[in-house]
Design a protein around this ligand. Structure first.
Ligand code: GLU
Length: 477
């Protein structure tokens, strides 16, 4: 490990919104920085003018902020660094490590097609590697277009990856690749090196899809005489069918998770386990705990598999661990009008009662509906099972009568009343609890019936019980 405090970066291309893979890369960089008391920087790789969009930059920044992954320093925009890149291309041109290549597109296409039909593979053959000074001056004075290629040194290039271990590449397999195009624009591999150097990046942590770029970048570091950072390539994320994770698998952009009511800490927790093995039974972590525990060398090489069920479970745990007050505020953030005509205090009590049963804020909205509206429908199976025949109705009716006479409407009071009726009639309390729950919520299960009744109040409970008495038992069909 580098002895100075690490500086890492997340370098998204704003050609789309932040998706789960990008968010995981950002998170692991952020955790690494926080764990080692370092810095986490943001770089917007917006050189592809045709595909980069300002709104995606904004969306990516918003998603990172929502996740709680604050970055240090001002973000660096590649689009603003053209002069710096030109300066470096000029330096490269002065050195023996790169050269101008005047080969025309047609010539290269012809060579590629020939090579591909003969051996299947193609590499630039180095035609312009050793052009004479005269020939170069001649071509330049007649304004011949050229690209700049790196003179790839022939050797076995080795580097140590924090996750993949020792990686060795025979550079015979890499051709003299282009670092500047004929319009003078630098290529991806060059700008990344210049930026990482200028940003003083000590560790490059990014997706494994960049592993093949790393040897090329190392050769550019060497050509420019820059110190080489350390590398860690994160394993791929696959869908359950073992194909690269995509929308097809239900994996959405980060913003969609937010809009669907997932808590940021839940998504973070889930993402952290996509590749990182904390080596403990513990699975629920706060962001702070993650920063404390995260070790880059505990990240696995093998691909991580996106598992929606696990995300839901983790999400449910975070909802349950949150205070009802925070959940209330969370709901109001995504849905400012939610139950605006109810008292906040009542809404918070409802959330407290049902938070065990939801995996997201929107689910809390959905499953709380019967606290505010009489059931529009009743679970069919529960109706047939718990209000099987005429024998149930007199019991419910008797309970209603007792409820009517209660001096005070309390959780304990309604419970005691139910138990008294059951005892008088010589039946189990369950025989009454199920039809009452069904009548009040339309559902077969839910939170404690008596707490629910306490919140709903006498008037609502009696009205709903009366409606159910009119309706049940269902006629045989
Ligand atoms: N902009 C690149 C990407 O979005 C990242 C490059 C890097 O991390 O070096 O994949």
């Amino acid at each position: 490990m580098n002895s100075k405090n690490p500086r890492v970066r997340f370098a998204p291309s704003p050609t789309g919104e932040l998706h789960l893979g990008g968010a995981r890369t950002a998170l692991f960089n952020w955790l690494f920085a926080r764990h080692h008391d370092g810095q986490f920087l943001l770089r917007i790789e917006d050189t592809d003018q045709a595909r980069s969009r300002e709104e995606f930059t904004q969306q990516i920044c918003d998603s990172l902020s929502w996740l709680g992954l604050a970055w240090d320093e001002e973000p660096l925009y590649q689009s603003k660094r053209g002069d710096r890149y030109s300066e470096m291309i000029n330096i490269l041109l002065k050195t023996e490590d790169s050269y101008r290549c005047f080969c025309s597109k047609e010539e290269l296409t012809r060579k590629r097609e020939k090579a591909q039909s003969e051996s299947g593979g193609y590499m630039y053959d180095g035609t312009c590697r050793a052009l004479s000074e005269e020939l170069i001056s001649e071509k330049l004075s007649s304004n011949y277009p050229f690209v700049v290629r790196l003179k790839v040194p022939r050797k076995v290039l080795k580097f140590q990856d924090h996750i993949y271990g020792k990686i060795e590449v025979n550079t015979e397999e890499i051709d003299d690749f282009i670092v500047a195009r004929s319009d003078g624009n630098p290529t991806y591999n060059l700008v990344v090196v210049i930026d990482d150097h200028d940003m003083d990046i000590t560790h490059v942590i990014r997706g494994e899809d960049h592993v093949s770029n790393t040897p090329k970048q190392i050769m550019i570091y060497e050509a420019l005489g820059f110190p080489i950072p350390e590398f860690a390539h994160l394993p791929m994320i696959l869908g359950p069918d073992k194909r690269r994770l995509s929308k097809r698998h239900g994996a959405a952009g980060v913003q969609e998770y937010r809009d669907n009511g997932y808590l940021p800490e839940a998504l973070i927790n889930y993402l952290s386990l996509l590749g990182w093995n904390p080596d403990t039974e513990k699975e629920i972590f706060s962001l702070h705990e993650l920063a404390q525990s995260f070790q880059i060398n505990q990240v696995q090489k093998k691909p991580a598999v996106y598992d929606e069920k696990k995300l839901h479970w983790i999400s449910g745990q975070h909802i349950f661990n949150s205070t009802a007050n925070d959940l209330f505020e969370g709901i109001r953030k995504i849905n400012p009008d939610w139950r605006g005509d109810e008292e906040d205090e009542f809404l918070i009590e409802v959330i407290e009662l049902i938070k065990l049963r939801a995996k997201s804020l929107t689910e809390l909205e959905d499953i709380s509906e019967y606290f505010f509206e009489d059931p529009k429908s009743y679970d069919e199976k529960a109706s047939r099972k718990h209000w099987k025949d005429e024998t149930v109705s007199p019991l419910v009716r008797q309970y209603c009568e007792t409820l009517n006479t209660l001096d005070e409407w309390t959780e304990d009071g309604v419970e005691q009343a139910l138990r008294n009726v059951a005892e008088d009639e010589g039946i189990s309390a369950g025989k009454l609890i199920h039809p009452i729950r069904l009548s009040l919520s339309g559902l077969p299960a839910g939170p404690s019936l008596f707490s629910m009744m306490g919140l709903l109040g006498r008037e609502t409970c009696l009205r709903r019980l009366e409606s159910a008495l009119q309706r049940f038992p269902l006629q045989e069909t």
